[in-house]
Design a protein around this ligand. Structure first.
Ligand code: PEP
Ligand code: MG
Length: 767
């Protein structure tokens, strides 16, 4: 049985926290075939560990076993925050014997700490009658269980606390205390010397410099005791602070629209809406009427709303959480530091907890070097903005804020998602020369920009770009794209509460033709759901959003929305051929339905009827591959969306980092499917391209060209590298080997074979 899975079931079906713990110890003991499994929880008010549940020890021990931190083996596990395995516990000098537990009969011991970040929560302990060593596998399993259990314990405590204002205070104080303590404690191993840390490669670039901590975004009341000055005065303070915050946001919005474009500036309209939100303002007002100072009221209301949103598994709402945090801090800043001035960010690497878009804009305006954050993934608004403004960024670097000392320097490697804090001379020299190599390579590749993507034996292919923001169009052009092969249109929808109007859409889409007037621009119909939700049409609360109400299914239920978008595409093309991609097609009926709606839309706009419109099908699930031959009769062209094709064929959730390594594009099933799709398209004289991420891997790109694709659509900065590979290759050599490659039955063999056919490529071409 899969223990984490069983644990989820227990959590879902248990009626109380105690029941969850009892069932957990039982199931772990049973599944690992061990006599004892126990959970110890830390009572932070007294700093002691209590035995909270056990399977195998005498239940009488539940009332009496209490350990201080560092006492016994389990106390040591929690104090030192590390797993401890002992072959014969009663012989260990740390062993502390509780006769009522009858534990002397058990010898082998393994204890694993439970912690949230660095804050200890308790320990999970297993014991066995034999004298033996626990295996690495058993330890790994216990770590996995702890990781899951710790969230349950913490939630239970939070819920318990929220129901009782008194305990809420104690709980929050404890968390704050701990954070303070960990700030003070960290010195021994993380406050000096070089540290290499990993995170997400959110925005490319390799930079070096002094760091500056932008803590104002997580203002707290540490060291401040604030009394209400009376309702009238507090309300006045709040009004002033709100006004100043509005000014801040408008200034940032203006800077964003100067630095990028209208779409990015629009990110901040949701800030302004939140600032005027009557629901939030009323809640704050009510608290001030109850004699709370404005600062506490703002803090409580924004924190509460943020926490509620945080619980919802949805990227859209997660973005709002970052907005809410940002606003909370900005308002508090004006309430608590009326004379305060933010430190200048120029020529420094900014370190912050989160990645609010407003911070990214400020960084651009002030000329900061790069950004490292603790929170944030790859697709947050802040990360997208950093990419489109060319600010190198690494996100999700856990605890970096606590490791930082004032004035520390750092190397930020946004290509690889790495940070080196306090680099020593050797690291600096190594990275400096790497930066030089990257620059040389970039300059060399940039020269290829206007050269054709043609192999040594004369095979040509179109290299197009995948874009999501209109700012990306410039990038695509810069890297020598021959057009836009995939224009993901969701972004302008996601950054607004309301959908953009047809006119706004037309304006945005038209920019692509300004840069690529005579080249193809392929617009994709709105592809919401899966991982991109908009509250007006899709819901993240579905059990399985990737297979749920999404994409084409959703948009076909909204024919008016679809018509508006289709008209905007054709309007934007101003008489040029318009190419439209239909995402996630799984049946002919669906595809024909889109064509019918397109015809209705065009008939309603007689001035558009003379424009040629081509409707292409995206092949991104196994059903579409199976019916490709039939579909080619109705579709004008194909585009293979291999990101989703891999997800649905190999049954690997593309949003789940734990299974990402199973999503191998060199899997024989994927190669064979792509090959069949290309053949199906060509048998009906239809063009076919590939627009999934993996077309950006040079060896894969060459293989796809050998299979006969007419175009590849790539992330813009991968174009030079792929072009270089094509220009050094003999495609016909790969074509000769194609039957053999497609006959191989394992991913490893396929990779090896393809690698052996590749030209010697420069390594380290990453930007
Ligand atoms: C794909 O699925 O390969 C694709 C290009 O679309 P997206 O990544 O936007 O789902
Ligand atoms: Mg897709």
């Amino acid at each position: 049985m899969n223990i984490p899975h069983a644990l989820s079931r227990i959590i879902r079906h248990s009626k109380s926290f105690t029941q969850i713990l009892d069932k957990t110890v039982e199931i772990v003991a049973k599944e690992l075939e061990l006599e004892v499994c126990s959970i110890y929880l830390l009572d932070p008010s007294e700093n002691i560990l209590r035995l909270a549940a056990t399977h195998g020890l005498d239940k009488a021990a539940l009332k009496s076993v209490v350990l201080s931190l560092g006492e016994g083996i389990t106390g040591t596990v929690v104090k030192e925050m590390r797993a401890i395995s002992v072959e014969d516990a009663p012989q260990d000098h740390r062993y502390r014997h509780f006769p009522e537990s009858k534990e002397e009969q058990f010898h082998a011991y393994l204890g694993v700490p439970m912690a949230i970040r660095n804050r200890p929560v308790g320990a999970l302990v297993v014991q066995s009658k034999q004298v033996r060593k626990f295996s690495e596998n058993e330890e790994f399993t216990l770590h996995t269980i702890c990781a899951q259990l710790v969230g349950v314990v913490e939630n239970a405590r939070l819920i318990h606390a929220l129901d009782r204002p008194e305990s809420a205070k104690v709980y929050l104080e404890e968390v704050i205390q701990w954070n303070r303590k960990s700030l003070a404690r960290v010195p021994q191993d993380t406050s000096h010397g070089e540290l290499t840390l990993s995170g997400n490669a959110a925005s490319p670039g390799l930079v070096f410099g002094k760091t500056v901590f932008r803590g104002a975004y997580d203002l707290s009341f540490e060291g401040k005791s604030i009394e209400s000055l009376g309702y009238e005065q507090e309300a006045q303070h709040l009004e002033n602070a709100l006004e100043l915050t509005r000014d801040d946001i408008l200034t940032i919005q203006e800077a964003a629209s100067d630095a990028t474009d209208e779409e990015n500036a629009l990110i901040f309209s949701s800030h302004l809406m939140l600032l005027n939100d009557p629901f939030l303002l009323e809640k704050i007002d009510l608290r001030m009427q109850q004699n709370q100072p404005a600062a506490y009221a703002v803090d409580e209301v924004f924190t509460e709303v943020g926490q509620q949103l945080e619980k919802v598994r949805d990227s859209y709402l997660q973005e709002r959480v970052e907005d809410i945090r940002d606003l909370r801090s900005r308002i508090l800043w004006h309430l608590l530091e009326p004379e305060g001035v933010h430190e200048n960010l120029s020529n420094q690497i900014v370190i912050a907890h989160g990645l609010p878009p407003s911070l990214v804009v400020e960084m651009k305006v002030q000329g900061a070097l790069g950004l490292i954050t603790e929170r944030g993934g790859l697709t947050s608004h802040g990360a997208l903005l950093a990419r489109s403004l060319g600010i190198p960024a690494v996100t999700g670097v856990e605890n970096i804020v606590y490791m930082l000392q004032p004035g520390d320097s750092a190397i930020l490697d946004g290509n690889r998602g790495k940070v080196i804090l306090r680099p020593d001379r050797k690291s600096l020299a190594k990275h400096r020369s790497r930066a030089e190599r990257l620059t040389t390579t970039r300059i060399h590749l940039q020269k290829l920009c206007h050269e054709p993507a043609e192999s040594l034996d004369g095979v040509q292919v179109k290299l197009l770009a995948n874009i999501g923001l209109s700012a990306d169009v410039k990038q695509a052009h810069h890297y020598g794209a021959e057009g836009i092969g995939l224009y993901r249109t969701e972004y302008p929808f996601l950054i607004r509460e309301e959908f953009p109007t047809r006119e706004q859409q037309t304006r945005i889409y038209r920019r692509a033709f300004k840069t690529f007037p005579d080249q193809p621009v392929l617009f994709r119909i709105l592809d919401l759901g899966g991982d991109k939700f908009h509250p007006l049409v899709s819901s993240p609360t579905e059990a399985n959003p990737a297979l749920g109400y999404r994409s084409l299914r959703m948009i076909l239920d909204q024919p008016d929305l679809l018509k508006e978008q289709l008209i905007a595409f054709v309007e934007a093309a101003e008489g040029k051929t318009t190419q439209i991609l239909v995402p996630m097609v799984s049946s002919i009926e669906e595809f024909l339905k889109v064509r019918e709606i397109l015809n209705e839309a065009l008939n309603s706009q007689p001035h558009l009827l003379s424009t040629e419109v081509k409707l292409g099908a995206m092949i991104e699930n196994p059903a579409a591959v199976e019916i490709a031959q039939d579909l080619a009769e109705f579709a004008d062209f194909f585009s293979i969306g291999s990101n989703d094709l891999i997800q649905f064929t190999l049954a690997v959730d593309r949003e789940n980092a734990r299974v990402a390594s199973s999503a191998d594009p060199f899997h024989p099933a994927i190669l064979r499917m792509i090959h069949r799709t290309i053949q199906a398209a060509h048998s009906r004289n239809r063009e076919v391209g590939v627009c999934g991420q993996h077309a950006s891997i040079p060896s894969m790109a060459l293989l796809l060209i050998a299979m006969g694709v007419d175009s590849l659509s790539l992330i813009p900065n991968a174009i030079p590298e792929v072009k270089e590979a094509i220009r050094q290759a003999r495609i016909n050599d790969i074509v000769q080997e194609l039957p053999a490659i497609l006959n191989l039955s394992t991913t490893e063999e396929t990779r090896e074979k393809i690698q052996s056919l590749m030209p010697e490529l420069e390594e380290e071409i990453e930007e």
